[in-house]
Design a protein around this ligand. Structure first.
Ligand SMILES: COC(=O)[C@H](Cc1ccco1)c1ccncc1
Length: 130
């Protein structure tokens, strides 16, 4: 009903604010757009589920997320993919892995600090009812 749509509208506002904050952070530049599959042709053979911040922003606007948990699942894809595709000891791999770990810690800290537990429980009940 209308109250549910009000709740989901507030969730989208929160998720957009988190995503836009991360997109402005210079450490996360490599995570802002999809990895270019023409520049990196083996990427899609290694990583089955690519994800990036611009795709998450599009999914928010397509009403794909009904809970923060679904949003965090996609955020976790971003940094897990980076750790998996860039495992080597060379400086470029180490740098993107450090940034992937920073993205993981930043996302989880923002959710812990800024997502109200009761609001989250209302979103999870809406998801369960659908
Ligand atoms: C999330 O971004 C990545 O996983 C690419 C993979 C990549 C390899 C070659 C071109 O792009 C990346 C970008 C910047 N620095 C390291 C790796």
């Amino acid at each position: 009903e209308e109250q549910e749509e009000d709740t989901l509208r507030e969730l989208r506002l929160f998720l957009r604010s988190v995503t836009e904050r991360l997109s402005r952070d210079r450490r996360f530049k490599a995570f802002t757009k999809p990895v270019d599959l023409e520049e990196v042709p083996d990427y899609i053979t290694v990583i089955q589920h690519p994800m990036d911040l611009s795709t998450i922003l599009s999914k928010i606007d397509l009403h794909k997320y009904v809970t923060a948990r679904e949003f965090v699942y996609d955020m976790d894809l971003i940094w897990k993919n980076a750790l998996e595709y860039n495992p080597d000891s060379d400086p470029a791999d180490r740098q993107i892995r450090h940034r992937a770990c920073a993205l993981k810690d930043t996302v989880h800290a923002i959710i812990r600090d800024e997502l109200d537990e009761d609001f989250n429980r209302i979103c999870e009940r809406i998801r369960d009812s659908r």
